[in-house]
Design a binder for this molecule. Structure first.
Ligand SMILES: Cc1ncc(COP(=O)(O)O)c(C=O)c1O
Length: 357
């Protein structure tokens, strides 16, 4: 089976972890600081704050903007549940806006209608590694005095209008094992604001600036140096991995004939965390997935259910929402293996099997 994702773990990653173990300095030490420095440099931001996961990065980023009960955060329903859980953890309410059928990202043309007196933030999600229309989103946020928290978990290295994702608003990234670069588990917050960065660091570590003096209620959302050591090695692989993902995506787009392939608008630098085809309305996706899997092609359905229809969200009284584009797309998408370890033989097999559908 050609797997839908495959983490790359080389001799350098193993050596880096071994060195941390030998050093005895296991948690939030020099490797974490190094990873933060390298990450800020990729994202062109002044600060990067490492966290235990992408989910905790989002949670901290919201808390550090003082978002909590009574506040509303506008976001997309076509995302991984963590985007939504992080909002719910703070006591705020996610407000769902439909997606653009071409990019699968939040449709900026629908955001303003969702703004109320309680709206505090917009959380765009750069789904599959395709940047959202950040110029429009930043313009809306500025006019309505809203915070922007970019869920860039899937989009490390993606750029829009010449700028890195995570540098428009507050950026939140994931370094989970299957992401474009990874540290096993891990996350990162990016910002240019020094006071805000310090607030994030405090929330991450029990509300402390000075050891055992707690200025606020915080959490243990720290990254370990074992994870950071892997991340430091992987950051140097980002360019190469991204180039390979782009070649894979280009090959698919040029050769797949039986389904709608993704297109990328000018000014958007996609990093292809996922390569996602869309079947026409009425076609049987379960049968297509079964056929591909039986032929040895791994697939992923990201995501089969709109976030507002997930049980923990439904239970909060979102039962009546139906957003038409999201409702259709969740039934039609299939992601194909696009990771950098694919061979030419793999690519040909994927295309051959997709074209038999
Ligand atoms: C869009 C999105 N947001 C948030 C997350 C959460 O990241 P993590 O798994 O590192 O907690 C993910 C991870 O899959 C994601 O895809």
């Amino acid at each position: 089976m050609i797997p839908i994702s495959k983490p790359f773990i080389g001799a350098e990653e193993k050596q880096a972890v071994q060195e941390v173990m030998d050093s005895g300095m296991l948690v939030q030490g020099p490797r974490t600081a190094k990873l933060e420095e390298k990450f800020a440099s990729i994202c062109d931001t002044k600060f990067a704050i490492a966290t235990s996961s992408g989910t905790t990065a989002l949670h901290i980023a919201l808390l550090a903007h003082n978002i909590g009960p009574g506040d509303e955060v506008i976001t997309t329903p076509f995302t991984f549940m963590a985007s939504i859980s992080s909002i719910l953890y703070t006591g705020a309410r996610p407000i769902f806006v439909d997606i653009d059928p071409e990019t699968f990202n939040i449709n900026p043309g629908l955001i303003e209608k969702a703004i109320t007196k309680n709206t505090r933030a917009i959380m765009p999600v750069h789904l599959y590694g395709y940047p959202c229309d950040m110029l429009s989103i930043m313009d809306i946020a500025k006019r309505h005095n809203l915070v922007v928290i970019e869920d860039a978990a899937q989009a490390i290295g993606a750029r829009y209008d010449g700028k890195s994702v995570g540098s428009f608003g507050t950026g939140c990234f994931s370094l989970y094992a299957t992401k474009n670069i990874m540290s096993g588990e891990g996350g990162m917050i990016t910002t240019d604001d020094e006071v805000y960065a310090q607030q994030c660091r405090m929330i991450r570590n029990h509300g402390m600036q000075r050891r055992y003096y707690h200025d606020m209620l915080g959490y243990n959302f720290r990254m370990t140096d074992l994870h950071a050591a892997i991340g430091v090695v992987q950051v140097d692989r980002l360019q190469d991995f991204t180039a390979k993902r782009r070649l894979n995506a280009e090959y698919y787009s040029n050769n797949i004939l039986t389904a709608r392939v993704p297109s990328v608008k000018p000014g958007y630098e996609h990093v292809w965390h996922q390569y996602t085809i869309r079947l026409d309305k009425g076609r049987n996706r379960d049968a297509a997935v079964k056929q591909l899997n039986e032929a040895g092609v791994g697939t992923g359905i990201f995501y089969p259910v709109p976030a507002y229809a997930q049980k923990p969200v439904c239970d909060l009284g979102y039962g009546d929402i139906t957003l038409p584009v999201t409702e259709e797309v969740v039934k039609q998408v299939i992601s194909l293996p696009v990771h950098p370890l694919l061979t030419q033989e793999d690519r040909e097999k994927v295309v051959g099997e997709v074209n038999k559908l």
